[in-house]
Design a protein around this ligand. Sequence first.
Ligand code: 13P
Length: 261
Amino acid sequence: MSPTRTPFIAGNWKMNTTPTEAARLASEVAEAVRGVAGVQVAVCPPFTSLAAVAPVLAGTNVALGAQNFHVVEKDGKLVTSGAYTGEVGPKMIKDAGAGWCILGHSERRQFFGETDAGVNRKIRACFEVGLLPIVCVGELLSEREAGQTEKVVETQVRGCFAGLPADVARQCVIAYEPVWAIGTGRTATPEQAQEVHAHIRRLLTELFGAATAEAIRIQYGGSMNAANAAELLAQADIDGGLIGGAALKAPDFATIVKAGA
Ligand code: 13P
């Protein structure tokens, strides 16, 4: 954590919770983190739970986010609604109450073919409709073992942020999520995570200048939990967490939030 960046803890509920379950969990989370200051908090339920959770979080210190949306680009223009059966557009999640959206999560890259160019398009769509993005990057185990971590993450950041002005980049949050640490119980050590976070910040300095790079929050994600959050968050360039499994238990999530406060 740094003295200048407000830590940000976000829960990625993935494909979990019905609207009824989500409203209950959101209420438990809001209660558990009530009055906790000095840290920003968000939860990201599935699409179908956004409208159920929004009124539960209204007036609390917990913000609402989504996990994805669809957008296409035609003749240089972003198309955010239309004939795309089964898809959900960015204005829809914004109107359902979301202020944030996770983009380019590794599960979307792995299972749904998402690319850095697609994430770049989605970042631009976020700013067109008034959402703020959490942009996920991270290497596979095979890439780490081949010594390619920094190169892989650098390619992702360059691709996702290509052509964006510094004042847009400054408002984005990046989540570094090593794929081998997601849902495996195998967390990156604080030193491993810090090394990559510092590399990302050096790259952001090159791309956007020092002031912008210093302002951008970089979350860590991957088996972050109530027991290991404090030592991860103690690292200079770790500005929060994107929490999967542990975000589904309000007491555990609240412990992580308090570790960030
Ligand atoms: P876990 O915390 O379950 O490892 O998931 C991390 C993650 O993918 C958050 O986006």
